[in-house]
Design a protein. Structure first.
Length: 61
């Protein structure tokens, strides 16, 4: 179980690092835009992201 968790965590780090490495200017602009969003909007996006991940994990496993 720990092995799977660490593999997933490593993949998150790799995926999160692609954008700042490939296009740092675009990443900076995107982060500025995200900072201007309301808390409610960010919560909805977070909830949808988590739900999508759970559904995808259900079908993969």
């Amino acid at each position: 179980m720990w092995h799977d968790f660490l593999v997933a965590l490593a993949l998150v780090f790799v995926i999160e690092g692609v954008m700042p490495f490939a296009a740092p200017g675009a990443m900076r602009r995107m982060m500025e835009e995200v900072a201007r969003q309301s808390d409610g909007s960010l919560r909805i996006v977070g909830l949808l992201s988590m739900a999508s991940g759970v559904v995808l994990l259900y079908f993969v496993r």
